[in-house]
Design a binder for this molecule. Structure first.
Ligand code: 16G
Length: 241
């Protein structure tokens, strides 16, 4: 277990010990870790050393601290490849997770002209304004606000949007979704995000804006989302040409 004669630093051995237990599911997401004092006593090492190991694992997002409560095992991060235009439903299913939605708002609205401009439609035209919390295995991952031109998706209803929007567009309306452009940035959780994403106010979030086009060039959607930065990450392969 901990070998004080090993050339490997003790804090590193503690990190490996905790990682191993997370991997073999002895420590599950949400589980509380033994306290620093308990671990120091168990391994007969200093609390400073235990703290160093835990700090490193917190920085790697494998563990997280709750003030006054202790250190807990974090949920595994969802690594989203930045290749291929996929829907939230597809992304979660591909990972063996169960996607679900909490519909917060669905209506036809006149919106900010900056939005209609992005959508390439008349400023006086109403758009579907939709707000959904997107969940994976029941836990909230993203808060998504979609702006969708009404004439592109006639018959869109709250029921349809409870499942997959892309599925409806492709399989019911027979449109071909072509490409999207995505801007990714950072933001801090507002009161809404605190409520719907179950994070602390001011916690860092990933902010994403996606604009998606149909094969005929028309804009299908403009979507602004905030993703939990502790649950979501992006991964991309780059070729040096
Ligand atoms: C993703 C897209 C969003 C799209 C939605 C469709 C990002 C940042 N956004 O959440 O633009 O509307 O998928 O999902 O990835 P659905 O087909 O499951 O409703």
């Amino acid at each position: 277990m901990i070998d004080k004669n090993s050339p490997l630093p003790i804090y590193y051995q503690i990190e490996e010990y905790i990682k191993e237990r997370i991997q073999n599911k002895q420590f599950q997401p949400g589980d509380i870790l033994p306290s620093e004092r308990e671990m120091a006593e168990t391994f007969n090492i200093s609390r400073m050393t235990v703290r160093q190991a835990i700090n490193n694992l917190v920085n790697e997002n494998l563990l997280f601290r709750k003030k006054g409560k202790g250190t807990f095992v974090a949920e595994k991060k969802i690594a989203q490849p930045l290749q291929g235009l996929t829907s939230f439903t597809e992304d979660m299913k591909n990972r063996g997770m169960i996607p679900s939605n909490r519909l917060l708002f669905f209506d036809e609205e006149i919106v900010d002209p900056a939005i209609t401009k992005e959508l390439g439609i008349d400023p006086s035209a109403k758009v579907y304004l939709i707000r959904r919390v997107r969940l994976a295995d029941g836990s909230p991952i993203a808060l998504e606000t979609s702006y969708i031109p009404i004439d592109l998706t006639p018959g869109l209803t709250a029921d349809v949007i409870q499942t997959s929007f892309y599925h409806y567009v492709e399989d019911t309306l027979n449109h071909t979704i072509d490409y999207g452009t995505q801007v990714i940035g950072a933001t801090l959780a507002s009161t809404d995000e605190k409520e719907y994403l179950h994070v602390e106010k001011g916690e860092p979030l990933l902010q994403i804006q996606r604009k998606t086009h149909l094969k005929d060039g028309r804009v299908l959607e403009l979507v602004r989302s905030s993703y939990r930065a502790d649950r979501y990450t992006f991964i991309t392969t780059m070729h040096r040409s």
